[in-house]
Design a protein around this ligand. Structure first.
Ligand SMILES: [Zn+2]
Length: 672
């Protein structure tokens, strides 16, 4: 076939040779072949149905598709050639359509359901039983347990919701507003910020009476520094007001419609609320568990948040020379937090960077992961990759190849501009052996220049460890079915292996293995590390409380709110913000209209914090046995990373801990 994307088992992809034609051909070929294979499943007689020819074969079909679609969607983000990237985007959409078609295939549902009634199916156990059960549930969540008419009705809601979701997102991304200010009002901002926000020919009517010459938009690189450094309380207040009115002109109505349609959809499927529908197949299982989680955490975190608030208040009183001040407004928090960090904790991030040369960091991270998980990473010389910067590694265990990964670490034009792990091939048991998992880390770390080696902000070091945690989860899998391998776990568990690994970027013992001054080789001084930890905990309670507010707001919208009722979405925001956070609601704002997570993460915002609480609880095992203790590392590997979703995630956590999980370690980790 000679198409580099259509590889034999465990063959490496020859990226050098890849053309647009290969991508198109591989996409249509694999979709066609999958259609043929699916119809083979439909045609089997009831008596002939087995796990092999129905359920495992379905997993094979998914695997076939993913082996191409995952590479194509990676290249859509990272390939240097515009043409290839655009082409990959089109093919990704085609795959998306086809996956959607499969999830709505009545023939397939009937075949799997039909198999589930055989004696063999009734005697299944372990991962196979779980996969069969979840496959059927997934179909039924798509409406297959309903009558034909009701399914038609469901389709109407789903189509409407899909349109509304697109509108909601695009109203946010296309929304524009800005603040025009003059020389006096921009005081406090760094020179390079001022320079890049100076407008030469501002129309007189925009410049206004104050004779404004600077234009401050709502994008992050404009908004965050302004809220941190601007000395004008009035301007920060006004910019925050504008920011929290993002898309409010259109999305208040769209959001209401979305909540109404979601409710109709899940009622038809037999659920009481959208949150019940959403949490059912996640680790949380039901809204009640999420409510207990948020409420319990809220109480405990509040103690730290109140301390944080007091600390900020003292800074504000000092700054304004007025001891009688008793409140801090939401638009003041970043400003005073920044002063607090500078005056009391004086952490110089630029100085800290000198201890994080990219090469040392990669080396240190590799040593840590190799030691903890008993594996070796070996770099492949002259690999065939999509860009010269990309490096390619093999993961070996006692000289046996068990996984592969690519590192694409540096920025370039039109490349994906965040940090993420992209799965490429998942682990899976095949007839002739195990399919070796392959994945990529895509990041944007600074690149070395002739005068300076590449130095990383500590923040970037933490991100690197986070993404590497995802990578190890994907690569160390031993699951037999692709659908259960690696990071294919419940959405509220997937951030556990990544968040636990961040801890090695904070602990002194692990840091001292690689945080060395790029000129002198001196190990990160203990005093500097103490400052890092102290600074890490500044405002941590207020931050977590804010996260709890977002999670509670999202859960309330989807579990305890009547979109047709008297109360508006904004009234709910006001009520919850005043109740949960220590900052008063800012009048005249409609934050929910620009809260993009309400679309993609509906009834799921709690997930990050949820997974973090488990991660910290599990990390405590390392604290007890030593952060570099290989036995505990291997335990994490065997009980968590290798298993994917072959067993319930809650069971994984309990087995690792040897007890019920709790939030104690998390509470300690934020400095209480
Ligand atoms: Zn993550």
């Amino acid at each position: 076939m000679n198409n580099p994307l259509l590889t034999d088992n465990n063959q490496i992809i020859d990226f050098n040779r890849l053309s647009k034609k290969h991508i198109n051909n591989a996409t249509s070929y694999i979709i066609e072949r999958s259609k043929e294979n699916l119809s083979k499943i439909y045609k089997i007689d009831h008596d002939e149905r087995t796990f092999e020819n129905t359920v495992r074969f379905l997993d094979d079909i998914f695997n076939d598709l993913m082996k191409v679609s995952e590479i194509v969607s990676l290249l859509a983000y990272v390939h240097p050639d515009d043409d290839i990237r655009n082409n990959c985007l089109e093919c990704t959409a085609e795959f998306g359509k086809f996956f959607n078609e499969i999830s709505l295939s009545e023939n397939l549902y009937k075949a799997v359901k039909n198999y589930s009634e055989t004696p063999e199916a009734k005697n299944l156990h372990g991962p196979n039983k779980k996969y069969l059960k979840e496959t059927i549930e997934e179909f039924e969540r798509n409406g297959f347990a309903l009558s034909k008419e009701k399914r038609e009705e469901l389709k109407i809601y789903k189509d409407k919701l899909s349109d509304l979701g697109i509108q909601f997102d695009s109203n946010i991304s296309s929304y524009e507003d800005f603040l025009i200010i003059n020389e006096d009002q921009i005081e406090g901002l760094p020179e390079d910020y001022k320079k890049s926000h100076l407008q030469d020919n501002l129309p007189a009517q925009q410049a206004g009476e104050a004779g404004g010459t600077y234009k401050i938009g709502l994008d992050y690189p404009s908004y965050i520094p302004f809220m941190k450094y601007s000395k004008s309380d009035e301007c920060r207040k006004e910019l925050a007001r504008k920011y929290k009115n993002t898309a409010a002109d259109k999305n208040l109505d769209v959001l209401k419609q979305i909540l109404i349609e979601r409710e109709k959809m899940v009622k038809l499927l037999g659920y009481k609320t959208f949150a019940e529908y959403r949490t059912e197949d996640r680790m949380a299982r039901n809204p009640e568990n999420v409510w207990n989680f948020e409420n319990k955490l809220k109480e405990k975190v509040r103690l730290k948040a109140e301390k944080d608030y007091q600390e900020l208040l003292e800074i504000k009183q000092e700054y304004l020379g007025d001891k009688s001040i008793q409140t801090i407004e939401s638009w003041e928090s970043m400003f005073y937090n920044n002063i607090l960090l500078k005056e009391k904790y004086e952490l110089d991030n630029q100085k800290l960077k000198e201890y994080f040369q990219v090469g040392y960091v990669i080396d240190g991270l590799f040593r840590i992961a190799q030691h903890l998980y008993g594996v070796k990473f070996e770099e492949v010389v002259n690999p065939s990759v999509w860009n010269d910067d990309v490096r390619f590694f093999e993961v070996k265990e006692e000289n046996r190849l068990i996984a592969r990964f690519y590192l694409d670490l540096y920025p370039r034009k039109n490349k994906y501009n965040h940090a993420a792990m992209f799965g490429m091939t998942t682990g899976k048991k095949l007839n002739n052996g195990y399919q070796i998992p392959t994945a990529s880390l895509v990041c944007n770390f600074p690149k070395a220049t002739e005068e300076m080696p590449a130095l990383m902000l500590h923040n970037d070091v933490v991100t690197f460890f986070h993404e590497f945690g995802h990578l190890m989860h994907d690569l160390l899998t031993k699951a037999e079915l692709a659908s259960q391998a690696g990071t294919n776990v419940a959405r509220d568990f997937v951030e556990m292996p990544s968040q636990i690994f961040e801890n090695w970027a904070w602990d002194y013992e692990s840091l001292s293995l690689f945080a060395k001054h790029y000129k002198t080789g001196e190990v990160l001084p203990k005093e500097l590390h103490d400052k890092m930890i102290a600074a890490r905990n500044v405002g941590s309670g207020l931050h977590v409380l804010q996260q709890i507010f977002y999670g509670t707001l999202d859960m309330t919208f989807h579990d305890k709110f009547d979109p047709n009722g008297e109360k508006t979405t904004t009234e709910l925001v006001e009520e919850l913000q005043n109740e949960i956070t220590l900052y008063k609601f800012q009048e005249g704002t409609h934050f929910e209209a620009g809260f993009g997570h309400l679309n993609g993460y509906a009834a799921g915002y709690y997930s990050y914090l949820w997974a973090l609480v488990f991660a910290e609880d599990m990390f405590f095992e390392f604290k007890e046995h030593g952060i570099m203790d290989q036995e505990t590392g291997m335990k994490l590997r065997k009980l968590v990373l290798e298993r994917g979703s072959t067993i319930e995630e809650m069971e994984i956590v309990k087995q690792f801990l040897g007890r019920e999980p709790n939030e104690e370690a998390f509470i300690k980790s934020i400095g209480l």
